[in-house]
Design a protein around this ligand. Sequence first.
Ligand code: NAD
Length: 496
Amino acid sequence: MSGLPRFNPYINGESVPPATGQYFETVNPYTAKVWAEVARCDASDANAAVEAAWKAFTTGDWPKINATGRGALLRKLGDLIAENAQELAEYEVRDNGKLINEMLVQCKYIPQWFYYYGGLADKIEGSVIPIDKAEMFNFTRHEPLGVILCITPWNSPLLLLAFKLAPALAAGNTVVIKPSEFTSTSTLKLMELVEKAGFPRGVVNVVTGFGAEVGSALVDHAKVAKVCFTGGTESGAMVYQAAAKGLKGCTLELGGKSPNIVFDDAVIDDAVKGAISGIFAATGQTCIAGSRLLVQDGIYDEFVAKLVEFAKTARMGNPMDTATQVGPVTTPPQYQKILSYIDVAKKEGAQCLLGGGPASGPETGDSPWFVQPTIFGGVTNTMRIAQEEVFGPVLSIIRFKTDEEAVEIANDIAFGLAAGIWTQSIKRALKVSAAVRAGTVWVNTYRSLSYMSPFGGYKKSGLGRENGIESIREFLQTKSVWISTANDVPNPFVMR
Ligand code: NAD
């Protein structure tokens, strides 16, 4: 035993050691030190979790709790998250190196998902169909699907889980969660609150470990009805294929390479802030990063000069320090990936205007995983640095002349998660937001998000939508019930 805190999977309302008896280390990206050990689950833990969730779905207290009661449980969980926001935020900072400022905002906002979907739980109404058959009564019921598998990435574990967990439970499903192997602890901490809120055993379960070892076993499990996945496009495609084999539903929230378009009539200082928030917030490790900055010819030089000056002021440092603006990269493989893309950009002939390598100094502490905020100018849209997701603080600036050219460049990419538009013209804002093929478009703002507004990707950025009223439908199936009011059963050889 190492003496470090150990985190076990949470199955059927209990924290139990993994079947393998094995644990892996989890590292604080700022101290570069192992701070805890997390259970390395395998297919047998996956099976135990899904069986527990299936049992909770079909028997026991959960199906007996009415929709209003489910809503009350969700709201109670929301209250508990709000009360424990500081502690949950600190877990995430320790595990993924995100800024305490950002995590506090997230953890204080997450309860809204549980209040919103808690409120929706008893408003899931079927309808009476004015059926065209004599002496027949027909109505619909919207029923839960069964066991929902939620697979989450490392960059915002609790927030991205809330997108899935709150509507899945509101609809009456039970859930198995597989958090990222890099950031499992906040999700396990959340289970203490799930228990305290009073959810029956087995309604929410967590198994930890690696995608190939336990994630795929969960996706393949016959009793999983639907997979809700957030992560990289490559793993998403694998999960989608595996889910298809079992004819399971699947929602996918995947990668992005979002265009942030600055027109020559934009308020330049606002757009500079929008560009900074698009790429350096969360150290660029966000699916909605505005990593392709398209700047119109007429303001290009002035805009880029101001942007570089602003970016130079970004303070790197300890993510627990509220003055820090850019933290470490979360994982060593991600750090290597970002540096390799910086090399690619240089080799492709992009002009490095700021940064362009690892960062070190007193502000980076013991962490070997800081990357300088990096800006490349003179990028063309065919370069890899313009087409592939870096998932780090690396910005590519592309120059354009006309609105048509901006839209063409914005859409000439495999992804379609988000886009930003900076302009003072309402006509331009409406035309361009309609023409850009992306699931979210922001005008004169960037990185806005709400439990009320649908979120999801076009093209290779995903399938299905999370958040908003409609997303509850992703967790329901419709049953049509026919009742004959006739006094006899007519000719049985003819369809009625
Ligand atoms: P990842 O795809 O490596 O892992 C995501 C999760 O999937 C992890 O829990 C992992 O263990 C699991 N997994 C991997 N392979 C699996 C398999 N074959 N079967 C089952 N589970 C498997 O992604 P990541 O590196 O953790 O996260 C970064 C990626 O996530 C980026 O590409 C980013 O754009 C994307 N992301 C998308 C959104 C969105 O909403 N669109 C939000 C955040 C992150």
